[in-house]
Ligand binder design. Structure first.
Ligand SMILES: Cc1cc2nc3c(=O)[nH]c(=O)nc-3n(C[C@H](O)[C@H](O)[C@H](O)COP(=O)(O)O)c2cc1C
Ligand code: SF4
Length: 438
């Protein structure tokens, strides 16, 4: 295991993670001792429009994957329309490899609760929801406890801190479906329907929850709001790069010595993150990795110095996504890894549109054939052709995301596929898995 050099250690910028190691960090007493709810007191003295402007000025972009400018999104909410407005926090976190929102809610739930109150005040919402993954029982328990503590202290409910502002906050557990992280499927699920994406337009900003103006934001996005209110837009922009401001929680998993969450200014490189994480596990050399979860095209060892911000990763042909950096070594097979991800997409496809529902079904079968040593050269064309018919033709991003590892693994590691097809690599799957595969 390597020890990070001081200049690399200086890359750590703990803002959202700064309280995680404090004893009882999840309790309101600890939170209040460490700046907690100071931003709320400040925010409630400001005009809501000024808060929206502050978030615009900070350059904060959504932490849920797409990087949409948060202040702009808040500014889309029509004001004076007489309709109820809603804030919905997307805490579904289902993307394989992604692990930043659940630790945040487990260790520092008040950071999210405080962010929810400020954001709701800014968009003039009187009701907010946190939609949390059903399986995340521990995080949900911590969150519910934090919400109750906030009610007891007068930070939630009627006449918050005697300012006349009212807000009810509900923590809602989903039933555990990846598609319910897609914001419109989430809204359907929250309304009690089967979670499937809605046709857009109209967008949630005008027709969201119960057909009313709604902001849907990721946990990390909303938890970034209190530090911005306290520190100011310029301080936030002093971290990160020109178009990707602020710190970001990078989750390292796989073949690293110390997997975990590393919060750094955006634009840090994988080389630096690996150094922070103690390097690769002994005996392993980096071969491929995802910059932002399984829906983002794979990168290879040659991309170690790509700046991990929205623009840098896009320029390298991938997507920053959820900054879930899954690290694979020369002892891992990119064909098998892609197959396992496809199994996931096939299982999680909601079935609403044909390209994703049928395409993933067929691709899983082609992979099984290849991995059982019965693939053909034509199978590789079939895979690319299928991806071509899914990407950009699916109803939502799940379908698009499913193609990422297929096309990128074929781009960088075609030889691995050929080695199965031409018999140089021993089959990884038995012929039993081929039942119904042809
Ligand atoms: C299949 C799918 C799953 C998604 N899952 C999540 C999720 O778990 N959490 C999340 O914040 N965004 C998820 N998103 C993105 C949301 O649709 C949406 O862009 C995001 O919640 C907006 O918040 P932000 O602007 O703060 O990033 C998902 C998108 C797709 C297509
Ligand atoms: S792309 Fe997949 S998940 Fe999205 S609507 Fe179509 S079938 Fe459902």
């Amino acid at each position: 295991m390597t020890t990070p050099r001081p200049e690399t250690l200086a890359k750590l910028t703990p803002v959202l993670t700064k309280r995680w190691l404090s004893p009882d960090a999840w309790r309101i007493g600890t939170y209040e001792q460490l700046d907690g709810y100071a931003a709320l007191r400040k925010a409630l003295k400001a005009h809501p429009d000024d808060l929206i402007q502050l978030i615009k000025d900070s350059g904060l972009r959504g932490r849920g994957g797409a990087g949409f400018p948060t202040g702009l999104k808040w500014g889309f909410i029509p004001q004076g329309d007489g309709k109820p407005h809603y804030l919905v926090v997307n805490a579904d976190e289902g993307e394989p490899g992604t692990c930043k929102d659940l630790p945040l809610m487990t260790h520092d739930p008040h950071a999210l609760v405080e962010g929810v109150i400020i954001a709701s005040y800014a968009i003039r919402a009187a009701r907010a929801y946190i939609y949390i993954r059903g399986e995340a029982v521990h995080a949900a328990r911590r969150l519910r406890n934090a919400v109750q503590e906030a009610y007891d202290k007068g930070y939630l409910g009627r006449n918050i801190l005697r300012t006349g502002y009212d807000l009810e906050l509900v923590v809602h557990s989903g039933a555990g479906a990846y598609i319910c992280g897609e914001e419109t499927a989430l809204l359907d699920s929250l309304e009690g329907f089967r979670g499937q994406p809605r046709l857009r337009p109209p967008f949630p900003a005008t027709h969201g929850l119960y057909a009313s103006p709604t902001v849907v934001n990721n946990v990390g996005t909303i938890a970034s709001v209190p530090p911005i209110v306290l520190g100011g837009a310029d301080w936030w922009k002093s971290m990160g790069t020109e178009k990707s401001s602020g710190p970001m929680i990078y989750s390292l998993s796989g073949r690293v010595a110390n997997p975990g969450q590393y919060e750094c200014s955006m634009g840090v490189t994988l080389r630096e993150l690996l150094e922070l994480a103690g390097g690769m596990q002994p005996g392993h050399n980096l071969r491929f990795w995802t910059p932002g979860g399984s829906s983002t095209p794979l990168l290879a060892a040659e991309h170690l110095d790509v700046p991990l911000d929205f623009e840098g990763v896009a320029a390298a042909g991938s997507i920053l996504g959820t900054t879930a950096t899954q690290i694979f070594s020369d002892q891992d097979c990119p064909v098998y890894a892609t197959y396992r991800w496809l199994e996931f997409y096939h299982h999680e496809s909601c079935g609403k549109c044909t390209p994703c529902r049928e395409g993933n079904y067929w691709m899983v079968r082609v992979y099984r054939r290849i991995l059982a040593g019965q693939g053909t050269h034509e199978d590789l064309d079939t895979l690319l052709d299928t991806c071509d018919n899914i990407l950009g033709r699916s109803f939502c991003g799940l379908g698009d995301g499913a193609t990422s590892s297929v096309t990128s693994s074929l781009q960088y590691f075609k030889q691995d596929y050929l080695d199965y097809i031409e018999g140089r690599t021993a089959p990884k799957l038995s012929e039993k898995t081929l039942v119904g595969a042809h």
